[in-house]
Design a binder for this molecule. Structure first.
Ligand code: GAP
Length: 525
């Protein structure tokens, strides 16, 4: 992260706390690693994103049904899904201070020129049938690796050539990772020692027990993804509704992962919310529907108001694919701390339904109503993280204006959040120009009138503020991204009109109180 990016991230974290968006979890007890609480405005922003998603992908479509499954499920679910065996991170311990790290992350962060190393290894590999001694010595010098003997380096280079893709994309080879951390003499981030244990796999699922006895028979897991209840309920959906392929199930809810690596604010947390769709299709149609969902996810990013240049799509390499996937793309966002996964789109084949059929002994086939053909549907899965959506919309909307925006402003820096109107936590703020009884009364009447008109429009939050100068009140609303501020002044008492100020253009417009509701409805249509 460059200095200005670190600075930007620090500003965002400080602003989030100051304005009641995100607080450190359990702060008065010294906090809890990787946990955050959403304050009043953060909770509203999150709700706006979740509701917009539900409206767009469930309420607004004929082919998707909602579901709300439990967090705790029969542990056999996680055997069938592959999570018990394969949902692991490779960890390594420092033998001196006992700190624990994700080995692939420390290798990646230490080998900044990772791409160059890969290129160099490839070059050496392509230059001759055997690895040239001179080349390998050059390599030792350039990368200051700890191997002294050219045979060891040769072995290393051959090993890398075979494994590099695997290492960089799918870091499940603990032997190789331990070898890398030692040969590159990477020290412990905490104490600086170079005394590492062997790397090993660590399952990310949180365990707990049902009932009073903590034994194996009562062990259950907090779900690590919402997806599985949509597969487990597939038969119930076929039996209770009249759906036919293609159709999807959608679910929003908490998921839990025992992540070890600190998470860049709310980017990687222990408990988070997912919004997932399992879209069931005929196997031969998968490419068509993969494309459909790629476009739908891109439109969703537009809907959130995230700028097109802020995100990109990355295709997973063969060695990086999850155990269930035949094709996956990530929607990546340019966060201040790097370009990272925001959402994913995967072709899960029939992996889940087939395994659940096998493990449960229940028939999870679908029968084509026309041809009577019976088969296990395949699945396209668009998956969205709520916290990452919140972080991306904040990063995209967050603007620091040096010198202030207003002519009279003497602020060194003003913060403006240019949230899209649809997701802004507060939709409009009402101010009496000054704290005088007549203006307060008129302001409160405008507030009550609007609240009444918008009472059936979910999440239409209206704020009222009479404290401080008008300039300061504008800045307070700009800082939380309120698109419109309405000022009631002395003229209002005569002409029954108010001044509406636009957050982005700062233009002011006079609007009749009687027409204000319609004026706002037009803006929020
Ligand atoms: N059902 C597929 C699945 O769970 P995933 O890529 O592991 O796939 C889906 O997770 C999404 O959940 C990610 O794209 C991300 O938005 C979010 N996510 C995953 N782990 C997270 C974490 N520790 N903290 C916050 N969000 C997370």
């Amino acid at each position: 992260m460059s200095k200005s990016d670190t600075n930007q991230m620090q500003k965002i974290v400080a602003w989030s706390k100051r304005r009641g968006f995100v607080f450190p979890g359990s702060e008065i007890y010294g906090g809890l690693a990787n946990s955050w609480d959403f304050g009043p405005l953060g909770a509203q922003l999150k709700r706006n994103i979740r509701d917009l998603w539900w409206q767009n992908f469930v309420v607004g479509r004929d082919d998707i049904l909602g579901l709300d499954g439990g967090i705790l499920m029969n542990p056999r679910v996680w055997e069938a899904s592959g999570h018990l065996a394969g949902f692991t991170d490779p960890l390594i311990d420092c033998k001196k201070c006992n700190a624990r790290f994700r080995i692939d992350h420390i290798i990646e962060s230490k080998l900044k020129n990772h791409e160059k190393i890969k290129q160099d290894i490839k070059k050496i590999g392509e230059s001759s049938n055997d690895i040239d001694e001179v080349e390998s010595v050059k390599f030792i010098k350039e990368y200051k690796i700890a191997a002294n003997f050219s045979t060891e380096v040769k072995d290393f280079l051959w090993y890398c050539r075979r494994q590099f893709d695997l290492y960089s994309k799918h870091p499940d080879d603990n032997k190789f990772n331990t070898f890398l951390i030692n040969i590159f003499s990477i020290p412990c981030n905490e104490c600086g020692a170079q005394k590492w244990s062997e790397a090993r796999d660590f399952n990310l699922m949180f365990k707990t027990f049902i009932g009073p006895v903590d034994d194996q028979d009562n062990k259950v897991y907090l779900r690590p993804e919402t997806a599985q209840s949509m597969f487990v309920n597939f038969k119930n959906i076929l039996d209770s509704t009249r759906v036919s392929l293609p159709f999807g199930l959608a679910q929003q809810g908490k998921a839990f992962r025992n992540e070890i690596t600190p998470g860049n604010f709310i980017f990687r947390v222990l408990e988070f919310e997912q919004m997932e769709i399992e879209y069931f299709i005929q196997p031969t149609d998968w490419e068509k529907y993969f494309k459909m969902w790629e476009e739908a996810m891109s439109s969703w990013l537009d809907m959130l108001g995230i700028k097109r240049e802020s995100w990109s799509i990355r295709e997973h390499g063969a060695s990086e694919l999850s155990h269930y996937s035949k094709r996956t793309i990530d929607f990546e966002y340019n966060f201040p701390f790097g370009t990272k996964e925001l959402y994913g789109l995967a072709y899960r084949t029939d992996f889940d339904l087939r395994n659940h059929e096998q493990f449960s002994g229940q028939n999870l086939h679908y029968q084509n109503p026309v041809s009577a053909e019976s088969f296990i549907p395949h699945v396209i899965e668009p998956t969205f993280g709520v916290e990452r959506s919140v972080l991306a919309v904040i990063c995209d909307a967050f603007e620091v204006v040096t010198g202030g925006r207003g002519e009279a402003s003497r602020q060194e820096e003003e913060v403006v959040l240019r949230f899209d109107r649809k997701i802004a936590p507060v939709k409009v703020a009402i101010f009496p120009l000054i704290k005088k009884e007549l203006l307060i009364k008129a302001g409160r009447e405008v507030l009550a009138g609007l609240r009444n008109q918008f009472k059936f429009m979910a999440n239409f939050v209206i704020a009222y503020d009479e404290a401080g100068s008008i300039g300061r009140r504008y800045r307070r609303q700009d800082e939380i991204g309120t698109p419109y501020c309405v000022t009631v002044d002395f003229e209002t008492l005569d002409d029954q009109a108010v001044t509406v100020r636009d957050r982005d253009t700062m233009k002011q417009e006079r609007v009749k109180i009687a027409e204000l509701g319609e004026w706002l409805k037009e803006k929020y249509r």
